[in-house]
Design a binder for this molecule. Structure first.
Ligand code: ADP
Ligand code: ZN
Length: 819
């Protein structure tokens, strides 16, 4: 037999594929997308067949060792999407395909891992009359008892349950089997921890007119069409997704994928899908072990589950005949993978939908500028849900201008209101009752009473006057608290505690890099060439631009207003938690950040406690800003809105606006309405100003303007080339050499239209003991950028020997952050 030659992608960091021979018949066919086990050097590796080999190699190819699957692991539309991904994000195809498969399918040692099974007893003969029972079980009362117990359990039970928990002896079971009354079968156990999470009955509201319009348009979409569902927070986007899925899955008999930013942070959204579609849904989340992930993959591949809900990587769900792909909160940066292949799940979703002939839906209250630009250019169809459902109103958002609040004024002593309303109507607060509440909290702190929910009578107790209570808190603690929580926010918090309503406090702590800000006018030093914040360096004391290396000495006074107090900014959640608990000792405070949520279900547990009314104040980083829907949350406070604005990153304002809008959207989802207080030193910055006014369109207009000179995405395409290594000098040298190598390449005809900025140290100069430098490639021509990046990664020589400090070069296309 003449052997057939096939082209195979292997998970190696090389931009090439490999030829292997099929020199014998295998049980399963080999088609594009099939897994094949092949010899590689001294070992073996799992690869993916891409098709017949384009040409015969000069050396005789080695033979395929095994073909483990009856059907291709990667179906044709997904293979096409992966090819696009590899090309666009400049990643080896074999690595892309490997990351599209569950880990258990990528090991050559055991290419078809066993599924975990359990032994199940099932009744074979039903409907035994009483007479027959007497006959059969006459002298075996134990067998009868077991048989009837299994009947009462619905005719099935696990062997383990009967023998271990109910203590029947194995011989009794054997007797039943021998008489043909029951049988014991091996059954696959699907290991899905989400399955044990209960859901309530589906809340299927009749759609509003705007929702109906969106559902109809999506249901009638052309294959591959992309929609942007722009709906304000609380406008009922989830219901639109659910109705679209009902159309696709129930009426068209197709499959669907729903991407959410992070499963652990959005248990409510996931529960809504599960309550409607039940066990047709496979939830793919990061807490799944390898075995569980493999089980879910198999259930989807075999069509046992028709809907995949999951984070980023669920875009590779092995469903066939996909009718819809939904990307909820499409602006979220967690859709971008931080390691190679550095894909953006939204972009892959769009390409996969095109290959599948499916409809793609991108949903957000604050679409990314890229998506918005595509919608206005007519590439995506825009559908709007402009209002909250049920006549609900967006919460009043107010700025607390921290420049006007004296930082060392003790609580309760600040003069003016310090609060102004720019975009909404302030909810009326009774000052007297609030002061009483504060006093009560302080008194409780001094007396060491156990934290309980405050009753109204408690709060308004006549003996605890504000003055005496405040006097009991040390001045030092008062000052520390006031530095974090302004008087208006403190009063609002006390008011919610008094009324038994819930509050959310957001600490926007992306403050990896510190910067210097004028305490009087709020001005922050920026680079003259890059419109980027200068980063403060302590030793030697310098302000440095991390894009172009511009350096300057820190000034003694503000360049804009001459103010003499220049402050360095930064703060942590733990510190804020302590200050809030000291101030409100009876409030039940829950903190949610990376430190408190290391356990598998920690997020869901905290959020369930909030939903169950067991938490008065939820404090956390940006992870609390996502799609939470708690009607009893009537106050959202943002501790430090402009920390994010001043990061040295062109997306800093966009992220800040999105975060403020999203977190504000958590307030006032119930009939009690809501109020949002944003503490800021930059109330006139467009990110803050437009969030106050709930004005997405105004934000986009101003932000687009700011991205023209110098141009940034979406006006141009960029790729961030990062050089890293364990030695500072060697890394810097590599970056300099890489930049001049690139500059020579850019001078040639083929790569014209691509410009280079840098090199410079990354804003986060060192991560996990690796030093980092970068250059930024910019262009209007996507194709030229692909060519340059690919050529560079293939040819630029990075020393590999150990003494060369583990030097590495990566390319991050369409980076979501340049930190
Ligand atoms: P979004 O994701 O747009 O912020 P959600 O999908 O979370 O909004 O919906 C907000 C709330 O409104 C949810 O509690 C949801 O059950 C409810 N809701 C959605 N659509 C309707 C409707 N047509 N009628 C009544 N309530 C609805
Ligand atoms: Zn610069």
């Amino acid at each position: 037999m003449t052997s057939r030659l096939i082209d195979v992608a292997l998970p190696l960091p090389l931009f090439r594929t490999f030829t292997y021979a099929l020199d014998r018949e295998f049980e399963h066919p080999v088609v594009p997308g099939s897994r094949v086990v092949v010899p590689l050097r001294k070992g073996r590796e799992v690869g993916i067949c891409l098709g017949d080999a384009p040409e015969s190699p000069r050396v005789a190819p080695k033979a395929v060792l095994d073909v483990p699957d009856p059907a291709p692991a990667i179906a044709p539309p997904m293979l096409a999407a992966c090819r696009w991904l590899a090309d666009y994000y400049v990643a080896p195809l074999g690595m892309v395909l490997r990351s599209a498969l569950p880990a258990l399918l990528t090991g050559a040692a055991d290419p078809t891992p066993a599924q975990r099974t359990r032994r199940v007893v099932a009744i074979r003969r039903h409907e035994l009359s009483l007479m027959r029972r007497e006959n059969i079980f006459g002298r075996a009362p134990q067998q009868r008892a077991l048989f009837e117990l299994i009947e009462s359990l619905g005719g099935r039970s696990t062997v383990e349950h009967l023998l271990e928990q109910l203590s029947f002896s194995p011989s009794v079971l054997k007797g039943l089997v021998a008489r043909g009354l029951v049988e014991v079968v091996e059954e696959v156990v699907a290991r899905d921890p989400f399955a044990s999470r209960g859901t309530g009955p589906p809340a299927l509201h009749p759609p509003t007119r705007a929702q109906r319009h969106a559902i109809d348009a999506m249901s009638a979409a052309a294959p591959g069409e992309v929609f942007l569902l722009h709906g304000v927070t609380g406008s009922g986007k989830t219901l639109v997704y659910i109705e679209l899925l009902r159309h696709v899955v129930e009426r068209q008999g197709k499959a669907a994928i729903v991407l959410v930013p992070e499963i652990a942070l959005t248990p409510q959204t996931v529960d809504r899908f599960r309550s409607v579609f039940g066990d047709r849904v496979a939830v793919l989340h990061s807490a799944l072990g390898d075995g569980e992930r493999y089980d879910a993959w198999l259930a989807l591949r075999r069509g046992e589950k028709r809907i995949a809900v999951g984070a980023r990587s669920a875009v590779f769900a092995p469903l066939e005949n996909v009718g819809a792909i939904v990307v909820d909160e499409e602006h979220e940066s967690s859709y971008k993978q931080g390691e190679s292949p550095r894909y953006h799940a939204r972009e892959v979703a769009i390409v996969r939908a095109r290959e599948e002939g499916a409809v793609a839906v991108l949903g957000s209250a604050t679409p990314s500028l890229e998506t918005w630009a595509n919608a206005t250019a007519g590439k995506f169809r825009l559908l709007s849900l402009p209002d909250r459902v049920g006549g609900g109103r967006l919460p009043a958002v107010e700025a607390v201008d921290l420049r006007r609040v004296r930082p060392d004024a003790p609580p309760g002593a600040a003069g003016g209101p310090g609060s102004r309303t720019l975009g909404g109507v302030a909810a009326p607060v009774s000052r007297e009752s609030v002061r009483a509440a504060l006093a009560e909290h302080a008194a409780a702190a001094a007396g060491g009473r156990a934290p309980t929910r405050l009753g109204v009578a408690d709060v308004l107790s006549p003996n605890g006057s504000a003055a005496s209570a405040l006097a009991q808190q040390p001045a030092e603690a008062q000052r520390a608290f006031r530095a974090v929580v302004s008087e208006p926010l403190e009063l609002a918090l006390a008011d919610r505690l008094e009324r038994g309503e819930q509050s959310i406090l957001l600490l926007n702590r992306r403050g990896y890099a510190s910067f210097v800000q004028c305490a009087d006018c709020g001005d922050v030093a920026t680079c003259p060439n890059c419109s980027i914040t200068l980063t403060y360096h302590r030793t030697p004391e310098r302000l440095v631009c991390h894009y172009c290396l511009h350096k300057e000495e820190p000034q003694g006074k503000c360049r804009r207003c001459g103010g003499a107090t220049l402050r360095q900014r930064g703060m942590g959640t733990q510190q804020v938690e302590r200050l809030v608990t000291e101030r409100f000792p009876r409030a039940r405070v829950a903190r949610m950040d990376v430190d408190t949520t290391s356990g598998k279900w920690a997020h869901a547990e905290i959020l369930d406690r909030v939903a169950g009314g067991e938490v008065d104040v939820l404090l956390g980083t940006q992870m609390i800003a996502k799609g939470l829907d708690f009607p009893n949350v009537t106050l959202v406070g943002v501790i430090d809105a402009d920390v994010g604005i001043n990061l040295p990153d062109f997306r800093a304002s966009e992220r800040c606006f999105q975060l403020l809008s999203q977190v504000a959207g958590r307030a006032g989802r119930g009939p009690k309405g809501g109020r949002v207080l944003i503490q800021t030193r930059a109330p006139s910055h467009h990110a803050v100003r437009c969030a106050l006014a709930h004005d997405y369109h105004a934000f986009v207009r101003e932000e687009m303007e700011g991205r023209t000179r110098p141009p940034y995405p979406p006006l141009v395409r960029v790729a961030n080339v990062v050089f890293s290594g364990t030695d500072e000098n060697a890394t810097a040298k590599l970056a300099l050499r890489g930049a001049s190598w690139l500059n020579r390449l850019l001078a040639t005809q083929a790569s014209s239209g691509v410009t280079l900025i840098g090199p410079a140290p990354c804003p986060v100069e060192r991560i996990k003991s690796r030093w980092r430098w970068h250059v930024l490639l910019k262009t209007e021509h996507a194709g030229a950028l692909t060519r340059v990046a690919r050529y560079f990664l293939e040819r630029f020589d990075v020393p590999k020997v150990p003494r060369h400090h583990e030097l590495r070069v990566t390319v991050d296309r369409d980076p979501v952050a340049l930190l």
